[in-house]
Write a protein that binds this ligand. Structure first.
Ligand SMILES: Nc1ncnc2c1ncn2[C@@H]1O[C@H](COP(=O)(O)OP(=O)(O)O)[C@@H](O)[C@H]1O
Ligand SMILES: [Mg+2]
Length: 366
């Protein structure tokens, strides 16, 4: 039977935490009733980083990390149920994104790979688990990403009003919601990923809390211009990207011949994210609200830069829509689980470039 409660699990390219929510179907859409974001255990994070950055790993390690990540997801679900005082039997399904270890939409044989065995999540929680959301879209020639614009449209679009939803995770993606309920969306490029990588290299911090490191520096124009020259930014949509492209190996060679201090580099990376995002928003929308979600919404300098660059828009986080910005993506996977049980195709053709709107996700019954 299809009920009213769904769980969504999301862990993005930042590898900061596993975001888990319980969402309830209401007439206004899916609404969060409880959430938890346990930090990824240090060893698991290190293993994932190695797999994602090296693009090479042995099969034993891959299999074991797949298992361990699933156990960590299942633990998070069980903890959240306990916190919310709910039983597994009340939840219709868990939608689990899994951890992307490689996303390659443009290779000769396009593929995307997420790990976190859904069999284990179903078995350890006693709840049907739905995962592998991206690959049917890719089977129909789509990029398999981003998927959240369909959810943004379902939850946030408002007839007669143009709105932009901007998710700033490791990668940033935009959803342009038209006044006619249309949606257009794609990955604009780096969100927090390069800032995280640089502050980690300089200070050993996993991210630049409150932008305190960036605030000590100034934008280094020659470096900014160099970064902006990457062909990704002039590629036409549909387009999606990930850690396999925008990482330290991409950044460091570009610092050759650049005379900038560490803090100037941090400040420039922030400007770079803000500019590549705001440029793309301006291409598709000349005014209206920009609602920001993802961890980038908690970076005050990034939010300030975006507002300065988007003079015709009002930039605010999704609290203005009564949704916690840190959980929007996890709620999206609760929604995708519900849509899968209902066997509804997800309207993503215009976003991913797929030949048709497909039913997304595989169901694993406990
Ligand atoms: N207080 C903060 N100040 C600055 N940046 C923050 C803050 N809180 C979170 N972030 C940023 O948000 C990132 C996590 O965002 P998230 O939306 O979870 O990304 P992902 O979906 O890739 O996991 C962190 O790595 C960090 O860069
Ligand atoms: Mg995260």
């Amino acid at each position: 039977m299809i009920g009213n409660y769904y769980i969504g699990i999301m862990s993005g390219t930042s590898l900061d935490a596993i975001d888990v929510v319980i969402a309830q179907r209401t007439e206004q859409g899916l609404q969060q009733i409880a959430g938890l974001a346990p930090t990824l255990p240090e060893q698991l994070r290190a293993q994932l980083l190695t797999i994602c950055s090296n693009k090479a790993t042995d099969l034993q390690t891959l299999g074991e990390v797949d298992h361990l990540f699933a156990l960590t997801c299942a633990d998070a679900v069980n903890q959240l149920l306990h916190k919310a005082g709910m039983q597994a039997s009340q939840i219709s399904a868990v939608g689990s994104h899994g951890q992307t270890i490689f996303h390659s939409p443009l290779s000769a044989m396009p593929f995307t790979q997420q790990i976190g065995d859904a069999n284990i999540i179903a078995a350890k929680t006693g709840i049907p688990c739905i995962s592998d959301f991206r690959r049917m879209d890719m089977a129909y020639g789509g990029q398999g990403a981003p998927l959240v614009p369909a959810f943004h449209q379902a939850l946030f679009s408002q007839q007669g009003e143009q709105r932009t939803i901007l998710n700033i995770g490791g990668i940033a993606n935009i959803s342009i919601l038209g006044a006619d309920n249309s949606v257009l969306g794609y990955d604009t490029g780096p969100g927090n990923m390069l800032m995280d990588a640089w502050v980690d290299k300089c200070l050993g911090h996993s991210f630049d809390k409150g932008a305190s490191f960036a605030l000590q520096g100034e934008v280094h124009l020659p470096l900014l211009i160099k970064l902006l020259a990457d062909p990704y930014f002039t590629l036409n949509a549909p387009k999606s990207t990930g850690r396999e492209k925008f990482n330290l190996n991409w950044l460091i060679p570009q610092l050759n011949g650049i005379d900038a201090s560490d803090v100037d580099i941090q400040r420039t990376l922030l400007e770079f994210s803000a500019l590549t995002i705001s440029d793309q928003i301006k291409q598709h929308s000349d005014s209206g609200d920009v609602f920001v979600c993802g961890g980038g919404a908690l970076n005050p300098l990034l939010m300030q830069c975006l507002q300065q660059q988007l003079t015709m828009h009002k930039v605010q986080d999704t609290h203005a829509l009564n949704v916690d910005p840190m959980y929007v993506e996890a709620i999206a996977f609760a929604w995708l689980a519900e849509q899968r049980l209902l066997e509804k195709p997800i309207p993503l053709k215009a976003v991913t470039g797929a030949q048709k709107d497909a039913i997304l996700g595989c169901v694993y019954l406990p």
